[in-house]
Every structure is written in structure tokens, then in C-alpha cells.
Design a protein around this ligand. Structure first.
Ligand SMILES: C[S@@+](CC[C@H](N)C(=O)[O-])C[C@H]1O[C@@H](n2cnc3c(N)ncnc32)[C@H](O)[C@@H]1O
Length: 293
């Protein structure tokens, strides 16, 4: 007999006709904020690239290490765009482990499920004066900056840690009249870099097919084709294209590297272990850079 899985009640505005990148990613991380359409899609993706769950976990662990590292460098405010469902620990939880009560975090996502789950988590494990979840589309940076400013949680006239983790490879649904997909690409990221005050940091990770093991080439290509059926197609960028997203910011050592290689010493006590035969199996490049004076 098929196992009965109780489906979570969807928040308003959720598209349950297509798998969503946020909910598929949640499933890959072992979360429960997903529906059958997301799980079926994720299972097909896992059949194509069985290591995909490890790729997702390694990415989430990079996010945690980047936050830990930045708190160590004195960052007290984070803007986490495309923050996703808070599976495996959210940025404010990581920051509060190191400097309890001192950091501020704004979470932004356009998937209602991600925002609803962030809000639920913040109700229980958050502080409304320091944490906020915002439902917004990152394609309008000025409007988003206004929304963040209006919350009073983040002082955007001071440096922040801007997290764009595993979001820039997500292509956007076509605008009704254009029929084309939008990239979250260089000009959008440049706009965000301009909005940041000096002393801010940009942390990002991005899916790539550049330098991955040769046997991944075909599988990644099939995965990209498969994601075209979801609400959000995905796009691989090359090492140099991802490096360019940092503009003239100064890269923090060790520069742009595979997710598992970015400051492994910042791994939290009790963190999951993700094993790869070689780091390039992570298929995601990650880096952090500083906006100088
Ligand atoms: C793969 S998940 C990454 C989640 C998290 N940053 C992480 O790395 O663990 C990508 C997230 O970006 C969000 N996203 C994609 N396009 C977006 C947009 N235009 N505005 C806001 N969020 C977006 C998706 O809804 C999803 O939650």
C-alpha cells in the first residue's frame, strides 16, 4: 500500500501546478515544506544526478560558514536574498550562536512558502527588532532596498553582508507579454553592489558546469533541461562569469572556489558532513568579497 504523506497546508499564492526551486531545494535538504509535485520533480532530478542532495547540502553549509566568517570579520547585519525555506538552519541562527543578540538579518524571497516558513521560525526563534522576512522579488533592487529600509531592522546606511547564495542561477518565469526568461545576471548584481555601503561584503554561490568531473557534463545538461519544466529554469555560469559578479570588490581568501573548500575551519560543531570524492563534484562555486572605501 502506498505510504500516506500528509501534505502541508499551502500559504496563499503558492503555485502547486509547477515544482518550485525553493520547495525542491527544501526536499533535497530533507525538509518538509514541499508538495508531491516538488518531490516527484526532485526524485527525477536525483535519478539523473544522485549527488544532487549532497550538492544542495554543501551549498547550505557554505552559507553557514560564510555567515560565521563574516560575523568573525565584524559584520553585524545581513541581507539574505533568495533565502529559501529555513531548512538546516537559517542565517540568524548561525550568527546568534556566535554573537547572541547582536546581529540583524532580513530574509527576502519571492516564494510564499519560503517566506511563510521564515516567518514561522522567526516567531519562535527570532527577535522582531532584529529579524524580518520579506516577500519580494529581487529583480527590482531599489524597491527591495526601500522595503528593507521600511522595516527598520537593517540600517542600510551602514555596511551589511549581502548573501546571494544559490539564487543567481535561478532563471525567472517569463513576463506575460515577453515570453522570455530573465537572468539574475551581471547588471542586476552590479546594481546591488552599488547599493552597498563601503565595508559591506557580498557572499555568493552559483551552479557551474565549468571544471566539474567529465561524467557530470551530460548529467548537468539533462538537469538543466529538466528544470525548464519547473517554475524556475536554472543556468550554469563559467568560473570567469561568476568571478565577474564580484565586480571590483576585494576577494576574501581563498577567492572563488568549490563550496566545500571555502573556509572549512568555519564549520559549526555538529554540522552535517558532506562527502565528495573530489571538491569539483559540488558543482557550485562560492566566494565572498569586500567593498572597499
Ligand atoms: C536554491 S534556493 C537557495 C536558498 C538559499 N539561499 C540557500 O542557498 O540555501 C533559491 C531561492 O531563490 C529564490 N528566488 C529565485 N528568484 C528570486 C527572485 N527573483 N526574487 C526573490 N527570490 C528569488 C527561490 O524562491 C529560492 O528560495
Amino acid at each position: 500500500m502506498a505510504e500516506f504523506v500528509e501534505e502541508p497546508f499551502p500559504p496563499p499564492g503558492v503555485d502547486l501546478d509547477h515544482p518550485s526551486v525553493a520547495r525542491v531545494y527544501d526536499y533535497l535538504l530533507g525538509g518538509t515544506a514541499n508538495w508531491i509535485i516538488d518531490r516527484q520533480f526532485a526524485d527525477k532530478a536525483l535519478a539523473t544526478l544522485p549527488i544532487l542532495g549532497s550538492i544542495a547540502r554543501a551549498n547550505r553549509l557554505f552559507l553557514h560558514r560564510a555567515v560565521r566568517h563574516l560575523v568573525g570579520l565584524g559584520v553585524t547585519q545581513f541581507v539574505d536574498i533568495g533565502s529559501g525555506v529555513p531548512t538546516m538552519g537559517h542565517a540568524h541562527q548561525v550568527a546568534d550562536e556566535i554573537t547572541p543578540g547582536e546581529t540583524r538579518v532580513a530574509y527576502i524571497d519571492y516564494e510564499p512558502v519560503a517566506v511563510a516558513h521564515s516567518e514561522d521560525l522567526l516567531k519562535e526563534h527570532g527577535d522582531p527588532s532584529r529579524h524580518v522576512a520579506i516577500h519580494a522579488d529581487m529583480r527590482d533592487p531599489d524597491r527591495l532596498w526601500e522595503k528593507i529600509r521600511d522595516t527598520g531592522v537593517i540600517d542600510l546606511d551602514k555596511p551589511v553582508g549581502l548573501l546571494l547564495i544559490a539564487v543567481l542561477h535561478v532563471q525567472q518565469p517569463p513576463a506575460e507579454d515577453s515570453g522570455t526568461t530573465d537572468d539574475l545576471g551581471p547588471s542586476l548584481v552590479a546594481h546591488y553592489r552599488d547599493l552597498l555601503r563601503s565595508g559591506s561584503y557580498l557572499a555568493l554561490s552559483h551552479l557551474t558546469d565549468d571544471g566539474v568531473p567529465p561524467e557530470f557534463d551530460d548529467k548537468l545538461a539533462r538537469l538543466v533541461t529538466m528544470y525548464e519544466q519547473s517554475s524556475n529554469p536554472v543556468l550554469c555560469r563559467s568560473h570567469s562569469e561568476i568571478a565577474e559578479l564580484f565586480g571590483d570588490f576585494t576577494m576574501v581568501e581563498p577567492g572563488l572556489t568549490w563550496t566545500p573548500l571555502w573556509h572549512p575551519e568555519n564549520t559549526g560543531a555538529g554540522a552535517l558532513t558532506v562527502e565528495f570524492a573530489t571538491p569539483n563534484e559540488s558543482a557550485c562555486l562560492a566566494g565572498v568579497a569586500r567593498k572597499d572605501e
